[in-house]
Write a protein that binds this ligand. Structure first.
Ligand SMILES: [Zn+2]
Length: 483
């Protein structure tokens, strides 16, 4: 939660955690946090909270609820999002009725029915107000109804009205969120109330409650900046608990509604180079000078010094069917390690017809993976798979554009050979390189252009076979390339 979650509260890329000290994959990938992961984290958070009710659990719950979960349903059409990319100026797509029923559609159906789940909780003598969501609670055992009225986060206060036949003594515990800009104030029936105590992130009001008592409390919010957890020079902006984003220009060919194909859930449109996103040139310690809140709206104008244009920031959960930017590079980002990885990715993305990251569950199952005597693992942030017998996939030869088969493997000192079968035919493979220290090598196998044209838009099988039962090197990637 603290070390692997991005600003929206989600985690993982392509369903895998990234190393704690390197979130570059998160920023580069078109497949960011998966909605199911956040769904599960909310379940876990609720259980932990029930074991020890501390407001810090609800801080996380609120972050995930507003910034990930709420953003994952199309507000008019109802479709659900699988991956929410953190790559600047990328996008997500939505499921459609009767087309595709992914895990994130199943958990998605539940997600949006559960907003009421943790607004209130209670123990023997206290009622906890955890979330600031307009709602009404009937507390049967106490013969009470509590009504919460608020337009939070558009408004920085909420009101609780307590109704019941008899007077009651109980503690009302209101959460003090971790993003407060100043002290919370409480008014009861219009009068300032200061007699509360504070424990585990809650303000406790212990009194004899009367029918129609009204409690109003403030929730002062401020702009804040949040760095990537690995400390790399990338930042997101928040207002109170709400993560802000800017809508970016869509590209022709962006598909916002998924079909029922195996990889329809991935927003597969062009990657916009990272350096096309203007870096933040101001001192983020003086945010208020450069990001101004527009009147009466949850909308902000960011003016970057020396920039010709200003940028509008709005809650990420309000951006749909559009590209967006959540993470912004700081001026120093261009020089960081992400620069090289980005160059490599842009190059690969341009020439790739299809590609499989071996040893990763989703890409493998998306490509019809079958195996015999195979192992997988991670070395130096590379997922890999090897075999003592055979592994098979199918590659999508989109528009018949495949011209070569690229295989990346981790060369080791054994240098065991392996055989490659493409479209049922064995193709010749150069000698496998051996290496005293492990290192990633690339092999390019030229394909017959006429054959590839004749196989346009077909799924072409590729099989790797071990030779004489000797384990193949660890294979990292198989790619069908245009070049
Ligand atoms: Zn899922």
């Amino acid at each position: 939660m603290h070390e692997r979650s991005v600003a929206i509260g989600g985690n993982s890329t392509r369903e895998m955690f990234n190393p704690k000290d390197d979130f570059s994959r998160m920023l580069l990938s078109k497949e960011g946090p998966e909605t199911c992961n956040s769904y599960n984290m909310l379940k876990l958070t609720r259980l932990l909270y029930q074991g020890s009710p501390s407001a810090s659990f609800i801080d996380f719950y609120e972050r995930v609820t507003y910034n990930h979960i709420l953003s994952t349903q199309h507000p008019q059409k109802g479709g659900f999002v699988y991956f929410t990319s953190m790559r600047p100026q990328h996008y997500r797509n939505y499921s459609q009725l009767q087309q595709g029923f992914w895990c994130c559609v199943g958990s998605g159906l539940e997600n949006h029915s559960k907003y009421g789940e943790l607004i209130y909780t209670h123990n023997d003598d206290a009622l906890f107000v955890n979330l600031f969501i307009p709602s009404s609670l009937t507390w049967k055992e106490q013969g009470l109804t509590i009504t919460q009225t608020t337009q939070f986060p558009h408004q920085d206060y909420a009101t609780l009205t307590i109704t019941g036949k008899a007077t009651r003594q109980f503690k009302l515990a209101i959460r003090q969120p971790n993003w407060l800009a100043g002290a919370m104030t409480v008014h009861i029936n219009g009068k300032a109330y200061r007699n509360f105590t504070v424990k585990d992130g809650y303000l406790y009001i212990n009194r004899q409650w009367q029918n129609k008592d009204v409690v109003r409390f403030s929730l002062p919010m401020k702009l804040a900046v949040e760095a990537m957890p690995d400390g790399s020079p990338w930042v997101a902006f928040k207002y109170g608990p709400v993560v802000l984003a800017s809508a970016a220009k869509n590209l022709p060919g962006d598909i916002y509604f998924a079909d029922s194909s195996r990889m329809g859930h991935i927003a597969d449109g062009s990657l916009i180079p990272l350096d096309a996103t203007e870096p933040i040139r101001f001192d983020t310690a003086a945010l208020q000078k450069y990001i101004r809140k527009n009147d009466n709206e949850l909308q902000f104008t960011m003016v970057n010094p020396a920039s010709a244009t200003s940028v509008t920031l709005q809650p990420f959960y309000t951006i749909h069917e559009q590209r967006y930017t959540i993470y912004w590079p700081l001026l120093a980002a261009g020089k960081s390690r992400i620069g090289e990885a980005e160059q490599q990715l842009m190059l690969t993305d341009r020439v790739s017809v299809d590609r499989i990251s071996l040893g990763e569950q989703q890409p493998e199952s998306d490509h019809g993976f079958t195996y015999s005597q195979s192992e997988s693992g991670i070395w130096n942030n590379n997922n890999w798979r090897s075999t003592r017998d055979s592994i098979s996939y199918s590659l999508n030869n989109k528009k018949g554009e495949g011209r070569s088969l690229v295989i990346r493997y981790i060369a080791n000192k054994e240098g065991n050979a392996f055989a490659v079968y493409f479209n049922g035919q064995q193709i010749s493979v150069p000698d496998i390189e051996s290496s005293a220290t492990l290192q990633v090598k690339t092999m390019v196998l030229t394909l017959d252009a006429a054959l590839m044209k004749s196989l346009a838009d077909q799924k072409v099988p590729v099989t790797i076979k071990a030779v004489a039962g000797k384990e193949t090197p660890k294979l990292v990637e198989i790619r069908l390339s245009r070049e």
